[in-house]
Design a protein around this ligand. Structure first.
Ligand SMILES: Nc1nc2c(ncn2[C@@H]2O[C@H](COP(=O)(O)OP(=O)(O)O)[C@@H](O)[C@H]2O)c(=O)[nH]1
Ligand SMILES: [Mg+2]
Length: 245
């Protein structure tokens, strides 16, 4: 019996993603998984810290230009020389699996819960990088309002299904009203919950035996600007300039 060579059946192994692109890694089924583990609702700083630390680890390994984290997602931006020469299958398998391993190590869950992350590549034009970030930050804000509102309704005794149904029928102004009636001011919650967390590199000079040398260090900004303001646009433009030289 002769066996076929199945190498040619690796149908997608030659798919290459050309930068610039974002790789978005997202927790699988986290609305249920995080509650079962026992994280505080709607937000738990211990969870956010574990996710941000995992993102930082990936930055140390693969050097994306920046990462933007909120809720259960991490957006890595690659603008040049992506890891694995841009091979799509490698990007969307290895990076979420590294995030998963790092995350599990950090949360030290007492409960035996299976954790997974998915990933997708989003190709952007260089001019669209800021727009993409503005889009995700809007999602962070929407998510923030919805999550607080959802838990207000659950505390009032609504079932998950009822709370979701009720939320779907409310306008943005009604959501704000609902929160206010419970004494929650959505503009006064911790900034990272509303705006997300930005990780990027800063150049630092360090003393060595051969004199002063420049090194890049990763910093976590838990109070990032709004990306659609002058301050936000300038920050992102500067980070992009520093990366392309
Ligand atoms: N308990 C808890 N849940 C969170 C936190 N951050 C995000 N989540 C949950 O993660 C979900 C992420 O949304 P999405 O990816 O659409 O839902 P998924 O398909 O269940 O992963 C949110 O709806 C929240 O329920 C947190 O800090 N604490
Ligand atoms: Mg998710």
């Amino acid at each position: 019996m002769s066996l076929k060579d199945f190498k040619g059946r690796e149908m997608y192994s030659k798919n290459i993603v050309v930068p610039p692109f974002f790789l978005r890694v997202d927790g699988w089924n986290f609305s249920k998984v995080l509650s079962r583990i026992g994280f505080d609702k709607p937000y738990d700083e211990r969870f956010a810290k574990a996710l941000v630390e995992s993102a930082q680890r990936v930055m140390e390994m693969f050097s994306p230009t920046l990462s933007y984290v909120f809720s259960d997602e991490i957006n890595f931006l690659f603008i040049k020389s992506p890891p694995f020469k841009g091979r799509h299958e490698k990007l969307v398998s290895l990076i979420p699996s590294i995030v998963s391993g790092e995350f599990v190590r950090r949360i030290r869950a007492k409960r035996d819960e299976s954790i997974g992350f998915d990933a997708k590549c989003i190709i952007v034009h260089p001019e669209e990088i800021i727009d993409y970030l503005i889009w995700r930050q809007r999602e962070a804000w929407r998510n923030h309002i919805n999550s607080y509102s959802y838990w207000v309704l659950r505390k009032k005794g609504l079932s998950p299904r009822e709370a979701q149904k009720h939320l779907n029928g409310l306008k943005s102004s009604e959501l704000h009203e609902l929160l206010r009636s419970e004494g929650i001011n959505p503009t006064k919650t911790p900034e990272w919950q509303r705006r997300g967390i930005l990780l990027h590199k800063v150049e630092v000079e360090i003393k060595s035996r051969v004199g002063h040398v420049k090194r890049k260090r990763i910093v976590q900004n838990w109070t990032p600007p709004l990306f659609n303001t002058q301050k936000g646009i300038e920050l992102i433009k500067r980070l992009l300039r520093e990366e392309t030289g």
